[in-house]
Design a protein around this ligand. Structure first.
Ligand SMILES: C[S@@+](CC[C@H](N)C(=O)[O-])C[C@H]1O[C@@H](n2cnc3c(N)ncnc32)[C@H](O)[C@@H]1O
Length: 445
């Protein structure tokens, strides 16, 4: 009998390797097409996602056990075998036997003998005994192999955590755990109580959050009707913080400058239009949501109800200076704060992209500050804790202008502990169970 789960996992690994497929888009499609459900579907998913997350560790061990680099298809099968042996604790005879069968069927007899020899060596030790053998001694190199993250990402995380190796290791470990599915109940359109009736549990920090322990969020009626959505709690809290900052005088026009696909715009739109008595938000305000990409602006249009949505480049504003009272700038970034969401994402990110993003982030922050009136407030947000995208961007822009003061973002989110030394707020997977999102709040003088 064909081993359908392992075949599906192998196909996902090959597609990620060969054509940059996204595992969490491809896997559900393969499961549907091949009619795999229940335990087979769960096994295929764990095999593929777990292997992709762990392959930095597995490759180091495989390299130690081979005297020549395996071909890419054999290497993917070996990674799959190593994951079963070292993480899933599949009995060695089953893990080796099924992987060797897979290689024989999908690659060839010669390759299957090679795979058999390598996997027997891999099986000789448990994971904890392999790490001291294959991981470099320097702290960053060690964590990179032990927790399966590229070295430059470990280094960036460590810098953002003030050089604390123990905490960096905790963060990397948290990145290897699949996050909870978190929903947002958009105020005036849904409620946490409604989501609880659909089987979710109330969130820990955001008043709009609910965790869905199992099941397809698309089956939740409020989600299907765009009254609620899937949204990490940190994304909810940065939008909430922007709405909480008191502004004197007019407070009617809000802008979301980089809105696509519309997660934060969906929440801001509801808060602006319908308000929230529990938070003292009166409603009756208007959100303009913009994105440079037409198809992403369309998604914003779909998910919001009252907002105006336009396709516009935030660096060449389509609005008058000072037109807005509150501006959300959720800047394009490396996304290093959400690596736990996509199993292969960490291997795709490229440090060479950071300087270009930094220039775009500075440009967008400058136009966001121009877009807000004196007394108004800008939220600068990234889904990355990389200092070159967070604190350094903010301080560079502030150094060049006299008309902006930075607020203590933590004081608008007092229900959330451990947001760092301020004045900005940094969320963390290992501290808060949320994406590593960054928030700076800036008031125009
Ligand atoms: C981090 S995403 C925003 C996520 C969104 N706020 C949400 O919560 O769903 C950044 C967005 O910025 C958009 N973008 C990139 N460059 C831009 C520019 N110059 N002007 C406006 N939008 C831009 C991208 O198309 C992308 O949709």
């Amino acid at each position: 009998m064909r081993d359908e789960a392992r075949n599906a996992a192998f196909d996902v690994l090959r597609a990620v390797d060969e054509r940059d497929a996204y595992a969490n888009l491809l896997m559900p499609r393969l499961l549907r097409e091949r009619r795999l459900g229940g335990r087979d579907a769960a096994l295929a998913t764990e095999l593929a996602y777990g292997t992709l997350r762990g392959l930095g560790t597995y490759d180091a061990i495989i390299e130690y056990c081979t005297d020549r680099a395996p071909d890419p298809d054999v290497r993917d099968a070996l990674r799959l075998g190593a994951h079963q042996l070292l993480k899933m604790r599949v009995p060695p005879h089953a893990a080796v036997g099924t992987t060797v069968d897979l290689v024989r069927l999908r690659v060839g007899v010669g390759a299957s003998k090679f795979a058999n020899a390598v996997l027997r060596k891999v099986a000789a030790r448990p994971l904890d005994d392999w790490i001291p053998i294959v991981a470099p001694e320097d702290p960053v190199g060690h964590m990179s192999v032990a927790h399966s993250h590229p070295r430059w990402i470990v280094s960036a995380f460590r810098d953002a955590l003030g050089g604390d190796d123990a905490e960096t290791a905790d963060l990397l470990a948290a990145d290897n755990v699949r996050p909870l599915v978190t929903l947002v109940a958009r105020p005036g359109r849904s409620s946490v109580a409604e989501l609880q009736d659909s089987g979710a549990e109330a969130g820990r920090y955001s008043p709009y959050a609910a965790y869905l322990p199992e099941g397809d969020p698309g089956q939740v009626l409020a989600v299907a009707e765009y009254r609620a959505a899937v949204q990490d709690e940190a994304s909810q809290l940065v939008a909430l913080a922007l709405a909480r900052v008191p502004v004197e005088g007019r407070d009617e026009f809000w802008l979301d400058m980089c809105a696509g696909p519309g997660g934060k715009a969906g929440l801001l739109d509801a808060i602006a239009a319908y308000g929230d008595p529990d938070e003292g938000f009166p409603g009756g305000k208007h959100l303009l949501a913009a994105d440079v990409q037409y198809h992403r602006a369309r998604l914003v249009w779909q998910t919001t109800r009252e907002a105006s949505v336009i396709t516009a480049d935030g660096t060449e504003p389509a609005w008058r200076p000072g037109a807005f009272d509150r501006v959300m700038l959720d800047a394009p970034c490396t996304g290093l704060g959400a690596l736990r969401r996509r199993p292969e994402a960490r291997w795709r990110r490229d440090p060479a992209g950071v300087p270009g993003l930094g220039a775009l982030q500075r440009g967008l922050l400058a136009t966001a500050l121009d877009a807000v009136r004196p007394g108004g407030v800008v939220a600068y947000v990234t889904c990355s804790p990389h200092l070159a995208e967070t604190g350094i961007v903010v301080s560079d822009v502030l150094r060049r202008r006299e008309d902006v003061e930075q607020l203590d973002a933590r004081s608008y989110l007092t229900e959330v502990p451990d947001l760092g030394d301020g004045p900005h707020a940094q969320f963390w997977p290992h501290r808060h169970g949320m994406d590593a999102m960054f928030l700076a709040l800036l008031r125009k003088r």
